[in-house]
Ligand binder design. Sequence first.
Ligand code: 5GP
Length: 362
Amino acid sequence: METYGSMPKIELHAHLNGSARDSTLLELARGLGEEGVIVFSDVEHVIRKSDRSLTEVFKLFDLIHILTTDHKIITRITKEVIEDFASENVVYLELRTTPKKNISIGMTKRSYMEAVIEGLKAITSVDVDFMPHDVDARSGLNSLSTGRTCNGTSRKKIYVRLLLSIDRRETTEAAMETVKLALELRQFGVVGIDLSGNPIVGEWATFLPALKFARELGLCITLHCGEVPNPTEIRSMLDFLPQRIGHACCFEEAEWKKLKSFNIPVEICLTSNIRTNTISSLDVHHFADLYNAKHPLVLCTDDVGVFSTSLSGEYKVASSAFGLGKGEMFQLARNAVEFVFADDGVKRELREVFWPGLSGQY
Ligand code: 5GP
């Protein structure tokens, strides 16, 4: 069986808190247990369990947020998540997270995001490029984005860009606050907005004003779309023409037709879809049809922690389930360069990483 750890890869659909290490969550839970905030034995099995329905996944996120919503912990998790992706040769990561407010500990959406950015800056084991390149040039803050060599040895480099998620539980005002924050933080690598959260909660009309505003001001948009059967919402989402969508599990013929005619790239999360039972088995997964139709798609992890997976693991699953060889998987990874939300300068550099001559190695 092929492995994909050494192949350069692009991750475009990863939720920060869903990507936290189990070991970190268990350590945090143990700490809160000792402080008497939670009962550790009640939550240990929830963290360790690997098969969950979509509803159970959202319950787990509520638990994860109890464990992680603290500035220092958010910084730590951000650092660890990026290190983990870099260690499996993810060369470009778009990391998304929902900015959180918690007045009791003095957390605002802005201070939450500042803690995330601290995490990006704290990484020393790999070069992290997260500032837009035009800002680097103006401010001279490009030390993170250049160094490919250290003492003559080549260092690993990962490009990281951030997406701010709007949670479907939020109001229009809260969604607008997130978009305004994203605009203010563009100089720190925020490139877009995601709409996520429990798909059976909230109405498309609630989020539309904030999403329109985001787009008018140049942010890119990706939407969790079609995780549950809701044809009216799916059609409205596609008509909005987001730059990408995630999942696309519960589409009917009319929605497939629309998606394909609009050529909207799809972020595919195989393990997540199977674990949450959104798709019953890989044999009937829409990856095959989209791949055969040459529709733009990108393999992603969703939540490496929650679903006990990795991007290399997702490549392995796709290659064995759909009978694709290493060359085809390399091509799939390379295609994703065209769907990243970062600027053209980054795209150009990524094309060099995926230099065609390299495909012979895979
Ligand atoms: P965070 O935004 O807190 O960093 O990451 C966890 C959050 O991402 C969850 O609370 C949820 O709102 C969102 N999320 C993670 N995985 C999924 C998914 O598979 N589907 C949807 N709709 N939202 C998700």
